[in-house]
Ligand binder design. Structure first.
Ligand code: MN
Length: 266
């Protein structure tokens, strides 16, 4: 059983940075989230399938398949599903304007909020100077990030054994580095600038794995976070309020789902 509100129906759900195809992806937690949350429109805001990683080594356990099936089933049952590719799934940028299995692929889109405001929905890498101007540097950063995540998995295994709670090394490292904080601020400011340029009221993006909802730069900035570490999503209620959801599952569910995932994958 989930520790959080069950069977909620939203106007819209925004999810990004799931990184299916990588070991870091918390697919079992996402599955629990998808079981308990539904929406008229589901926006997949990029880096859903990690093509960079899959190109190097194939990693595709059953749980990752289940996530894809779950989303496709929602599309069949009437949810509008919109996929806005990111840099890790840029291969989908070759399919813009097409429908794949009931999923619309677009580069960016304006979301009309129930609050009467318009929001630019975009992954955000287009405005990340590191990714834009030096892909090799971004890939290096990517490697360092994966290494940190793997270390994190080992670390948390022992923390679990010792009865300690989950603790994210890479999240900690990222937050410790002052440059990272500057990077987040700079990114948020740039995305708000783009929303302003496009004459909309706000922006909903992903990419930096840092969920947020604020008006620090004059317009409403929302970031969906990720399903590698923080397990977050942005939800819009039918009344037109936006929420950042941090999804958590109980230890028993986690252990059970991990086991099933492994059995099927083996
Ligand atoms: Mn990205």
């Amino acid at each position: 059983m989930s520790e959080q509100p069950q069977n909620r129906k939203f106007k819209s759900l925004f999810l990004s940075d799931i990184h299916l195809g990588t070991r870091g992806c918390q697919a079992h937690i996402l599955l629990d989230f998808l079981k308990n949350n539904d929406a008229d429109t589901i926006y997949l805001v990029g880096d859903i399938i990690d093509g960079w990683r899959l190109k190097r080594s194939w990693y595709w356990p059953q749980a990752h398949n289940d996530v894809v099936q779950k989303v496709l089933r929602k599309a069949r049952k009437g949810s509008r599903v919109i996929y806005v590719p990111g840099n890790h799934d840029e291969f989908l940028r070759g399919y813009l304007g097409l429908q794949l299995g009931g999923v619309e692929v677009v580069d960016q889109i304006i979301h009309e909020g129930a609050n009467g405001k318009n929001y630019l929905v975009i992954h955000g890498d287009q405005f990340d100077v590191v990714v834009r101007h030096a892909k090799w540097l971004a890939l290096l950063g990517d490697w360092a990030y994966v290494t940190a995540l793997n270390l994190n998995t080992v670390l948390n295994y022992f923390r679990r054994k010792l009865g300690l709670t989950y603790w994210s090394l890479s999240a900690w490292a990222k937050m410790k580095v002052k440059n990272a904080v500057n990077f987040i601020g700079k990114f948020e400011e740039t995305l708000v600038g783009e929303a302003r340029r496009q004459k909309v009221d706000g922006v909903i993006c992903g990419h930096i794995h840092h969920a947020a909802s604020h008006e620090q730069y004059g317009l409403h900035y929302l970031n969906t976070g990720d399903w590698v570490e923080s397990c977050t999503a942005v939800a819009e209620t039918v009344e037109g309020n936006f929420e950042v959801i941090h999804w958590r599952i109980s230890e028993e569910v986690e252990t059970a789902e991990r086991k099933t995932g492994q059995e099927v994958a083996a």
